[in-house]
Design a protein around this ligand. Structure first.
Ligand SMILES: [Zn+2]
Length: 311
């Protein structure tokens, strides 16, 4: 893997990526992305013209190096590509609450970064007969809401759209390395100051961390989402950052590695922001993209918020 590949996808377990778009689709959803929507270029659409879900997807994918992916989790989770778009909501998760807010806004297209049905592939066979799944599915169907997951595509933008959203929100674009924007050299601060800055800028109540709060931090490796052990521990080994900032970790893997590294004498710290908090700025990136490319459509970012609370 090279720097230019933008390797910090939030999920790197290959087995989870090997998803064929035609497998595990829910009833009513179309098989997407195996058929490129090449006929309708959104560039020339005027405010009076009809814009469909497919138009927006095609326009986004046009910006992605490599174009349409044969295997991707970025499929429609409800609705259809032919649906005329009334309004768009960008979010991390199409939660029941986000869906209800979408309906209240009279919007009908949700672009979510993460799965709708509780697993990476949005496989729903195992949820058959489940009341929670059925409740959400009915809510989507009865209100004609289309949900598209934009995960693989936004991460494949060069530079990665989620990372760009984060750097923008943290005002760190100027400190990030061109070849690998996840590597950031900030003016020296203490770990305590750095944590305070992240909490303020990202609106986080509390973070978990490993390290000495007085340690000086300058070189940061930022891996949003759940990049996994190989990327997180591998990133520490390769780049030797003062601090690794993650969305989500496996406590029994990355945290234990950092603990032992510190016991050995390495000055490496770890900050765990929470998955949603670490990637929510990606939905702001998506919103700004929509406003630029489809200014005639009302687009709104509805933060999914953190599912877990602190006490
Ligand atoms: Zn992500």
């Amino acid at each position: 893997m090279t720097h230019s590949e933008n390797i910090f996808f939030h999920k790197t377990d290959n087995s989870r990526r090997k998803f064929i778009a035609s497998v595990g689709m829910i009833a009513g959803a179309e098989v997407l992305l195996s058929i490129p929507f090449v006929s309708k270029a959104a560039n020339f659409i005027t405010p009076t013209e009809t814009v469909t879900v497919g138009d927006i997807m095609n326009r986004f994918i046009k910006d992605v190096p490599g174009g349409v992916l044969k295997e991707t989790v970025d499929t429609l989770k409800s609705g259809s590509a032919d649906m005329k778009v009334k309004g768009i909501v960008t979010t991390m998760f199409a939660t029941v609450e986000v869906i209800k807010k979408t309906i209240a806004l009279d919007a009908n297209f949700i672009i979510a970064h993460e799965p709708t049905f509780y697993n990476h592939e949005d496989d729903v066979a195992w949820l058959k007969g489940d009341a929670v799944y059925q409740y959400k599915l009915d809510l989507l169907k009865q209100n004609n809401i289309t949900v598209w997951r934009n995960h693989d595509y936004i991460h494949r933008l060069v530079p990665d759209g989620v990372t760009m959203g984060i750097l923008e929100q943290l005002d760190w674009k100027k400190y990030s390395e061109k070849s690998l924007p996840n590597l950031i050299n900030i003016p020296s601060v203490s770990l305590k100051e750095l944590i305070g800055y992240l909490k303020t800028k990202l609106g986080i109540e509390q973070v978990r961390f490993i390290g000495d709060v007085n340690q000086t931090c300058k070189k940061i490796l930022f891996e949003p989402g759940a990049a996994g052990r190989n990327m997180q521990i591998g990133g520490i080994r390769q780049y030797k950052p003062d601090v690794l900032i993650c969305g989500e970790i496996s406590e029994w893997e990355t945290a234990e590695y950092v603990r032992d590294a510190r016991a050995k004498g390495d000055a490496v710290s770890l900050i765990v922001l929470g998955h949603i908090a670490s990637e929510e700025p990606g939905s702001t990136f998506m919103l700004n993209w929509l406003k630029e490319k489809f200014p005639s459509i009302k687009s709104t970012h509805i933060p999914a918020g953190n599912s877990l609370s602190f006490l």
